[in-house]
Design a binder for this molecule. Structure first.
Ligand SMILES: C[S@@+](CC[C@H](N)C(=O)[O-])C[C@H]1O[C@@H](n2cnc3c(N)ncnc32)[C@H](O)[C@@H]1O
Length: 234
C-alpha cells in the first residue's frame, strides 16, 4: 500500500520510522510519502490559510493548495482513497481500519487552524474523526489512522496476531499477565498456570465478555445481537 500525507507539518511524522510502521515499510508492505501543503500555495509567501468569509475567529485552510496537492499526489497514487481528518467525520473503528487496509493506497489530508474550506469535502472519499475531542491539527489523527491501518495489512504483523485484539470479535481483550506469578500479594489466576489450554481459552472468553459487559455495554449489546443472529441461522 502507498500512503501519502498532505500537511503543513511533515516533520512531525517521526512515528512512521518506528515499530510496526517501520516494520511494514521494511517488509515492503507499505510506503509513506509526506507532502508539504505550502509547496502547493499559489502565492509567494507560501500562504495556505485565510480569514473565514462571514468573519469570526481563526483562519481556514484554503481549498486551492489542497486541490493542487491532491492532484499532484494522484499522479503517484492514482487509486488512493482520499481521507480528510476532521472531528466532524465518521468515527474511526477497527472495522473501518480493516476496510482501509484492503485498499491499494490512501491519501490523508491534515486540517489545521479553524478547519478546512468546506469545498475540500468534494475531493474526499471519506472524512474520519478519531474521537469526540478537538486536537490542534490533523497530524496526530493521520498518524492514528495510519497506525491502525498498517498493522492490519497482511504481512506486517505475525500471522493471527491482530485477530484477537480488542474489537476484532466485537469484544474487549481479556486480562493478560506475565512473570512473576505473584507480585506484592497479587496472584495470577490459577487457570493461567494450569497448562490446561481448553480451560485457559474458556476463562479468556468469559473474561472478555464480562469486561466488555461492564466497561462497554454498547459493544456488548452489539456482540449479543451478532451472536444471536449467528445462532438462529438455518
Ligand atoms: C482545531 S481543529 C478544527 C476544529 C473545527 N473548528 C471543529 O470544531 O470541527 C483543526 C484540525 O485538526 C484536525 N482534528 C482535530 N480534532 C480531530 C479529531 N478528533 N479527529 C480528526 N481530526 C481532528 C482536523 O484536521 C481539523 O481540521
Amino acid at each position: 500500500m502507498r500512503i501519502d500525507v498532505l500537511t503543513i507539518f511533515p516533520k512531525v511524522f517521526t512515528p512512521l520510522n518506528a515499530s510496526m510502521m517501520k516494520r511494514g515499510r521494511e517488509k515492503g508492505c507499505v510506503s509513506f510519502h509526506l507532502w508539504n501543503l505550502r509547496d502547493f500555495s499559489t502565492n509567494a509567501y507560501r500562504q495556505v490559510d485565510d480569514a473565514p468569509f462571514g468573519g469570526g475567529r481563526g483562519m481556514v485552510l484554503k481549498c486551492e493548495p489542497i486541490y493542487r496537492g491532491v492532484e499532484e499526489i494522484r499522479k503517484y497514487n492514482p487509486e488512493g482513497t482520499v481521507i480528510l481528518t476532521t472531528p466532524q467525520g465518521r468515527l474511526l473503528t477497527q472495522e473501518i481500519a480493516a476496510q482501509l487496509a484492503q485498499k491499494p493506497g490512501l491519501i490523508l489530508i491534515c486540517g489545521h487552524y479553524e478547519g478546512v474550506d468546506e469545498r475540500v469535502s468534494r475531493l474526499c472519499d471519506e472524512e474520519l474523526s478519531i474521537g469526540d475531542y478537538i486536537l490542534t491539527g490533523g497530524e496526530l489523527p493521520a498518524m492514528v489512522i495510519i497506525d491502525a491501518v498498517v498493522r492490519l495489512i497482511p504481512g506486517v504483523l505475525p500471522e493471527g496476531a491482530a485477530e484477537r485484539d480488542s474489537f476484532c470479535e466485537g469484544l474487549l481483550d481479556w486480562p493478560c499477565y506475565t512473570r512473576p506469578a505473584e507480585f506484592r500479594g497479587m496472584k495470577v489466576p490459577e487457570v493461567l498456570l494450569s497448562g490446561n489450554h481448553k480451560a485457559v481459552e474458556e476463562w479468556r472468553r468469559l473474561q472478555a465478555e464480562e469486561r466488555t459487559r461492564k466497561r462497554r455495554p454498547d459493544l456488548y449489546q452489539k456482540y449479543l445481537e451478532k451472536k444471536k443472529a449467528v445462532n438462529t441461522q438455518p
